[in-house]
Design a protein around this ligand. Structure first.
Ligand SMILES: Cc1cc2nc3c(=O)[nH]c(=O)nc-3n(C[C@H](O)[C@H](O)[C@H](O)COP(=O)(O)OP(=O)(O)OC[C@H]3O[C@@H](n4cnc5c(N)ncnc54)[C@H](O)[C@@H]3O)c2cc1C
Ligand code: SF4
Ligand code: SF4
Length: 421
């Protein structure tokens, strides 16, 4: 049914699953032209992987600015509702008439929370910090990161029922901690569904020859984002994990798991740019540092070629065309030894570095967690937009700009589903 004055439908809601940049953009694009949207996010905060990045290529600005603008747009628009810590359990029906069963997990903290941090101070349990990929620990009463939206603490499930949880509750002066919060099941009727659940870093433990997991100074590119971030585990100092030594000589190993028939068969699109960007992190933080990129092909599509040329002009950044055959550790110094074949000279080379970053690719979240309804996937588990629409990295590997374009296009598709009814 349409509103006679505006011509827009007065009934029908769009459900967006995934509150990363793609889901947020889809939701805002649809809401700002008058449609009701609900975002469902499994984490206790919105923003997705972008919240974990230190800077955006190519402008090298902090992603928190862009996220903050979007959070304000959500706050100011009563057509957008969102649920965090929530997942879809079942989808039935079809376009125009979906019934969706959801489960909201308890965060044990209610809307009275002022983010005073007293519960965290009182908490004596620390657990590995997943936001920083285990590079440090966090308290079991925590704010996921400084700019988290919504700004509300969380109590980790692992302390519920233990004295530590009671200590946190006793420290809260605002009656914000509810230790008896239970998971909540509820249903929604929606007209259109957009899947925007993004990507996960490919599990580097699976790439045997690159030694992630047993050589401590081999890290992934997402860990590098956190190491370089001012709100990260080392407050932005790029220090190697084994001994906290300043990194002077770093290597990047491209296509770590991507374009490989034993791992991800596709090009992950962003990891060449991510490594080029990360050379600027190290070069800016330590002017004496040197960086070497081992690559098969360098992919810098469109306007990104300019960014590549800028990095290439730095004499302290070297490029070696060659596939890395193996990575070892010097047990005495904990240095990392990279063996590769230089394709141009045809020679086998061996070089020593303080730290090595694996440019691991993006695996669609649907590789490990399928949509609980009728959906189609390509051979790599990316979601093909059908009755259930898809946007961003769950559809194909993308940077933020492409994710934004994909999200805007998908918002239009979702609106068409409503209008066609
Ligand atoms: C090392 C590295 C550096 C990068 N640097 C840049 C850069 O500088 N510039 C740039 O443009 N791009 C960069 N990117 C790419 C950028 O991270 C992606 O383009 C962006 O994250 C895509 O956003 P998205 O919303 O599609 O996915 P995501 O960011 O993955 O968001 C998906 C959201 O869905 C949620 N979710 C997952 N499953 C479910 C579920 N079942 N139910 C509910 N919610 C769910 C997740 O928790 C998450 O919040 C980089 C990527 C890497 C690997
Ligand atoms: S839960 Fe209570 S103690 Fe913890 S940050 Fe919120 S208001 Fe402060
Ligand atoms: S973007 Fe670069 S590093 Fe990533 S898979 Fe493609 S070619 Fe390899």
């Amino acid at each position: 049914m349409a509103d006679e004055t505006t011509g827009t439908p007065v009934s029908g809601t769009i459900l967006v699953v995934g509150g990363g940049i793609s889901g947020i953009t889809t939701a805002l694009e649809a809401a700002e032209v008058g449609y009701e949207v609900i975002i469902v996010e499994k984490n206790p905060y919105l923003g997705g992987r972008v919240a974990q990045l230190n800077k955006y290529f190519p402008k090298l600005c902090p992603p928190t600015c862009g996220l903050e603008i979007n959070f304000q747009r959500i706050k100011n628009n009563d057509k957008v509702k969102f649920f965090t810590f929530t997942e879809v359990e079942k989808i039935s029906g079809g376009p125009g008439n979906y019934e969706v069963a959801l489960k909201e997990n308890p965060r044990y903290v209610n809307s009275n929370c002022t983010c005073c941090g007293k519960c965290s101070e009182a908490c004596d349990v620390e657990i590995p910090n997943e936001f920083n990929f285990g590079l440090d620990k966090r308290k079991a009463a925590y704010l996921p990161f400084d700019m988290a939206f919504p700004q509300r603490y969380v109590l980790d499930q692992s302390i519920i029922g233990k004295p530590a949880a009671q200590k946190c509750k006793d420290a809260c002066e605002y009656n914000a901690i509810e230790l008896d919060m239970m998971p909540k099941n509820f249903n929604l009727k929606v007209s259109s569904i957009v899947w925007a659940t993004g990507w996960n870093p490919y599990n580097a433990n699976k790439i045997d020859n690159l030694s992630f997991g047993w050589v401590k100074n081999v890290i992934t590119n997402m860990m590098m984002e956190r190491l370089a971030a001012p709100n990260g585990p080392t407050k932005g100092k790029i220090l190697r994990p084994s001994d906290g030594k300043e990194v002077n000589n770093i290597a990047f190993v491209q296509c770590a798991g991507s374009r490989d028939e034993n791992h991800l068969q596709f090009c992950s699109y962003i990891c060449c740019l991510a490594s080029l960007k990360q050379t600027t992190y190290i070069r800016e933080s330590n002017t004496k540092s040197k960086a070497t990129i081992f690559y098969i092909d360098l992919r810098t599509p469109g306007r990104y070629e300019k960014f590549y040329r800028k990095v290439k002009a730095d004499a302290n950044v070297s490029f070696i065309k060659g596939k890395v055959a193996k990575i070892d550790e010097d047990a005495n110094t904990r240095d990392v030894i990279v063996t590769a074949e230089d394709t141009i000279s045809g020679k086998k080379i061996q070089q020593r570095f303080d730290m090595v970053v694996l440019a691991t690719g993006m695996e669609p979240s649907t590789a490990t967690s399928k949509i609980p309804g009728n959906a189609q996937y390509d051979e790599n588990s990316f979601v093909i937009s059908g009755d259930i629409l898809s946007a961003g990295c769950v559809k194909k590997p993308s940077d933020v700009m492409l994710s934004g374009q994909s999200a805007t296009a998908t918002a239009l598709k979702a609106i068409q589903t409503l209008v066609r009814r």
